[in-house]
Structures are given as C-alpha cells and as structure tokens.
Design a protein around this ligand. Sequence first.
Ligand code: NAD
Ligand code: ZN
Length: 351
Amino acid sequence: MKALVYHGPGQKAWEEVPDPTIVEPTDAIVRVDTTTICGTDLHILKGDVPAVTPGRILGHEGVGTIVEVGSAVGTLAVGDRVIVSCVSSCGSCSYCHQQLPSHCLNAEGAAGVGWIFGHLIDGTQAEFVRVPFAENSLHKLPDGVSDEAAVMLSDILPTGFEIGVRNGRVKPGDVVAVIGAGPVGLAVIMTAGLYGAARVIAIDLDDNRLELAKAFGATDSVNSRAGEWAEQVLAMTDGLGVDVAIEAVGVPATFDMATELIRPGGTVANVGVHGRSVELKLQDLWIKDVAITTGLVSATTTPMLLRLVAQGKLEPERFVSHTFAMEDFMDAYDTFGRAAETKAMKVIIKR
Ligand code: NAD
Ligand code: ZN
C-alpha cells in the first residue's frame, strides 16, 4: 500500500510500504476512505515530537471501512464504516474505566499515552491502518453521515468540546472567550452552544479565521494584533472579564491573555499544546478564585457528538476548506502548511 511516511525533521514521502496485518486478536484493519492533516502533524514534521521516529506513518484522524477483524472482535464486522478515534482505548485499565483513555495503561508503544496513531504506531495517512483495541477505538457510522463530517470526530471536535467547553465548565448564559480560531478553536466555538454560552468572543490575529469564527457561532470577534484586545473584550462583559477563557493556540502569550481576561470565579481552560514553559502569574490569580484546567483529548464524547451530527445539530463538514486525492498527499501538506496564504482550515484527503 501507499502511505505518508515521516523520514526525520522536514522530510516526508508518499511511498510504497508493506500492508498492515492483524497482530493482536483485538485488532482490526481499516481501509482508509478519508483522512486529514492536523497541526500536530506539522509539529512532528518540525521535529518537535521526538517520540515519532523516522519510518513512522503519520496521521491520527480517519474514516474508513473495515476489511479484516481479529478473532476477539465481536461487535464490528468486515464492511462496517467507522470513525478511527485519535485515542486508542483498552477499555479495561483504571484510566479507561475513569473515561480517560488518553492515559490508557495498556496502550501500545508507551503505557499511559492513549494517542498512539501517527505517534507511537503507524497512523491513518495511508491506504490501510491497523487499529488496536478495535471495539473501543472505532465508532460505527450511521447512514447519512458524510465522511467529511465524521472525520472531524476523530480529534478536533471532541478536543474542542472536552478540553475547551467541558473542562471550562461552560454554563447557560456564560460569556466565553476563545483565543485562537484554528480548527480546534472553531471546534470550541461550534460546541460552546451545547452548554448554553450566551456570548462567544473569538480572538485571533487572522481576519479570515475571525470571519470563519462568526460563521461557526461566535457572537463577536477581536483581532488581537491591535493593542486594545483586553479593553475590547472587557467592554463586552460588565468590565469584570469573561466567565470562561479557552486557550487554543499553545504559546505563552495566549495563555497569558486567557488569565488576563478571566473574571473572579471563572475558569481558564488550556487546550493548546505548549512546547515551552509558561509563566503563571499566581501573584495576581490566587485572589481571584480562578480555576485552570489542562488536558489531552480522550475522545470519549465522539458517540454523543456523532448523534448530534446525525441529527443535523452540528455540521462539522463546514471545517473542510480543500479536498485532495491520496496520490496528491504532498500537495495537501503544502496547502495546509501555508494556511495563512491558502486559507486552509481542514484539508480532506480521499482514496
Ligand atoms: P492552528 O495553528 O491551526 O490555530 C491556531 C490559531 O491561533 C491560528 O488561527 C492563529 O492565527 C492563532 N494565533 C496564533 N498566535 C496567536 C496570538 N498570539 N494571538 C491570537 N491568536 C493567535 O492550531 P489548531 O489545529 O487549531 O490547534 C490549536 C492548539 O490545540 C495547538 O496547540 C494544538 O497542538 C492543540 N491541540 C491540543 C489537543 C489536546 O488534546 N489538548 C488536541 C489537538 C490539538
Ligand atoms: Zn486503557
């Protein structure tokens, strides 16, 4: 088969590799019909994720069709259309029992790291992928849900909802600031309404993304390139700040922004992946009764989100900005890697 293979920092190729085979009786082999590229894949290609070693097939998002199941797989069958979850779950360890498979203790590659596709084992940017613990790590797709919508449920929609909206404890009537309007920030914006946010303020440096944020449900947008972003946001509240501030970028400056915008009693939910240490201004925050949350997506809300998608209550196919054929995978990376110029949001790659 062909796959997108990482060959060390800055190097990748769409090339011929051996087909995956069943290794454990709990595995399934999925033919990948639709996949996409995540910002995390760009981090890997920069060499920021040293656990990814040369020769690894990238990708942790995908929708496909089961072509083979191991002898212990009972609830799935050849021919089923499925979403591949970005997090694999053994279903039986203490973390999986706590609904935190992001820390699954039986994960292949490293105990305690549920994100293994395109990281510790071969991923979904390929014609076929081996899925460990298939019964817990694949979700059957109902008829009527497109691949384009479903592939957003592998990672970005559950990430925005679980680590942003749910960790942020959004309640009816809340004013929510979302810093960063990339795919993850837009996923927060798309799902903030599920818990009744009254006002959702998108903050970004890119006007194109702010415009999209409005189309995804933000009530207000602020370009933070101009200096007065804090004044602008405070003017949209009673002057005390927002109830929930969600960081969806992953740099020190934006975490700082979140802690500046939060009102006493509010919650800062960090979603961004940080590569450097970030200063925590505890001298200002301790007196404010502020909660700060962190997290790695577990994707345990994918079935719930899928029900909303099947009923047309969420339309994640709206993330798609570009579509490519698998043989043009390198062009898909090029377009996604130059998002500011190409206005790429999620690029879809189809067999
Ligand atoms: P992205 O790079 O596409 O989007 C980031 C957005 O932030 C862009 O629109 C950019 O213009 C904006 N931005 C950058 N610097 C800014 C600044 N100083 N002020 C305001 N806006 C700024 O990224 P994404 O794919 O949307 O992912 C967002 C973050 O979430 C990344 O750090 C990613 O690694 C992380 N992530 C976390 C999890 C998790 O489980 N916690 C899962 C997936 C992704
Ligand atoms: Zn587990």
